[in-house]
Design a protein around this ligand. Structure first.
Ligand SMILES: Cc1cc2nc3c(=O)[nH]c(=O)nc-3n(C[C@H](O)[C@H](O)[C@H](O)COP(=O)(O)OP(=O)(O)OC[C@H]3O[C@@H](n4cnc5c(N)ncnc54)[C@H](O)[C@@H]3O)c2cc1C
Length: 405
């Protein structure tokens, strides 16, 4: 059976993580109570085409060993006790080293989809049970919001939870879920008494099935799949947060995800820019190097400006989080800007490199597809615009206050 970890949800004995295939250099943090040096990612293989699931798993295991899941989390729960600025720095370095948007997406789904919701909304017993395993990488998590019939319109979800005895029974389908089918646990959102609520669901729960259905041709360094819930029975202690708090929990999780999901991708864009500069100096056309042509050099200037602007936005989100301030507006602005910038710079990189950028197996070409995914995951660019306009008090998402009349 694939996914050889014990989720503790069933009595069946599953072996622990299989030994990873990756050799990586240890950095100095002996345990979570000591502060880290910057992790050394030189042992993480750079992306060289869609990995097999065992490789995806072993890569995630390796980055977990290097402490990547522990940033901005309190020490008494196994975190590093550092801040969001450190998280951004680590993710950016990992992106630069791995050149793998899929790996970065998988990490973000794990963190914002399961670790932080449990930290923010979990009972003490839930924190104790889940956080050590999720922070160490023993368990892989994620969150399931999207369904075959609804994505942007979260309120249209049809997955339902019904009270049954001391617990609940879940029925429905989730689609395009990062880390499925590898994940051990997911935070799954379903309607209970007509209101969205959150539930902790294990891959081993009876009536729950993770599959490859709906796997995507973007961010292929991660797994994406579907969840089928057919009379899936769970105990009462699997409710996460309060009944009906799910919509607010989704909003909070996505705020973090939108703020930081591009931190690793900024590292990849750093590599992308360096490659294009190198190519423009080596390739000659009309007796001069490519970069001598203004049509090329201006594209490169634009790529640099976009990258630096993303870094400024990431820094602003980290600053706000570290100061304990809300990031609703800043995270939507960051996600919108970074997603569009990543796509434009990926198109520019391929254009500058000509057919060489489109060679089969070229990472430059694959980044274009990944960037298309970037405009959809964590809420599409259109949804970010709706949100920004609504926060300004206008636009499609603005609803007049019925009390005002
Ligand atoms: C790589 C990847 C990973 C993902 N991982 C996860 C995950 O881990 N968990 C999860 O739950 N989901 C995940 N998703 C799904 C993602 O959240 C959805 O793709 C996204 O919410 C958009 O929903 P949709 O694809 O169903 O498009 P739809 O909602 O059907 O929208 C189709 C188009 O219409 C536009 N549109 C829709 N409504 C409006 C509106 N009100 N105003 C203006 N334009 C609108 C959209 O912007 C889009 O362009 C992932 C997606 C991708 C690509």
């Amino acid at each position: 059976m694939y996914g050889s970890r014990d989720t503790g949800a069933s009595k069946a004995a599953f072996p622990r993580w299989s030994v990873g295939t990756i050799q990586f250099n240890f950095i100095a943090f002996a345990n979570s109570s000591t502060m880290t040096k910057t992790p050394d990612f030189s042992g993480i293989p750079t992306y060289s085409g869609p990995p097999k699931e065992a490789e995806i798993q072993s890569r995630l295991r390796a980055v977990a060993e290097l402490g990547v899941f522990r940033h901005a989390l309190p020490q008494h729960l196994g975190g590093l006790g550092d801040n969001f600025a450190e998280l951004v720095k680590t993710h950016r370095n990992l992106g630069l080293a791995s050149r793998d948007p899929g790996l970065m997406l998988a990490i973000n789904a794990h963190l914002w989809g399961s670790v932080f919701p449990i930290l923010l909304y979990g009972s003490e017993a839930q924190k104790e049970k889940f956080l050590p395993q999720l922070l160490s990488g023993q368990w892989l998590g994620g969150h399931a919001i999207t369904e075959p019939s609804c994505g942007s319109d979260v309120q249209a979800m049809t997955t339902v939870a019904s009270p049954l005895g001391e617990g609940y029974v879940l029925n429905g389908e989730k689609r395009y879920i990062s880390n499925v089918p590898l994940a051990d646990w997911l935070v799954i959102y379903a309607k209970l008494e007509g209101k969205i609520s959150a539930f902790l669901v294990s891959r081993d729960d009876e009536g729950c099935q993770f599959s490859h259905e709906g796997a995507l041709a973007a961010c292929r360094g991660s797994a994406t799949g579907s969840v089928s819930l057919k009379d899936c029975r769970i105990d009462a202690d699997r409710l996460l947060g309060k009944v009906g708090a799910g919509a607010q929990m989704i909003q909070k999780a996505l705020e973090y995800e939108r703020a930081f999901v591009f931190a690793g991708i900024a590292g990849i864009m750093d590599w992308q820019l360096a490659e294009v500069v190198r190519y423009s100096r080596e390739r000659r056309s009309g007796g001069v190097h490519l970069g001598k042509h203004q049509a090329i050099s201006h594209r490169i200037s634009d790529m640099k400006l976009r990258l630096d602007t993303i870094d400024l936005w990431l820094g602003e989100c980290a600053r706000l989080c570290d100061a304990g301030q809300r990031i609703t507006l800043a995270s939507a602005q960051t996600k919108l800007y970074a997603a569009e910038a990543f796509l434009q710079s990926s198109l520019d990189a391929v254009q500058i490199m000509g057919a060489a950028g489109l060679e089969s197996g070229s990472l430059m070409a694959e980044l274009v597809q990944d960037a298309m995914g970037g405009r959809l995951f964590s809420g599409s660019s259109e949804v970010q615009k709706n949100l920004i306009a609504a926060l300004l008090g206008t636009g499609d998402a603005y609803r007049p206050n019925p009390q005002a009349n």
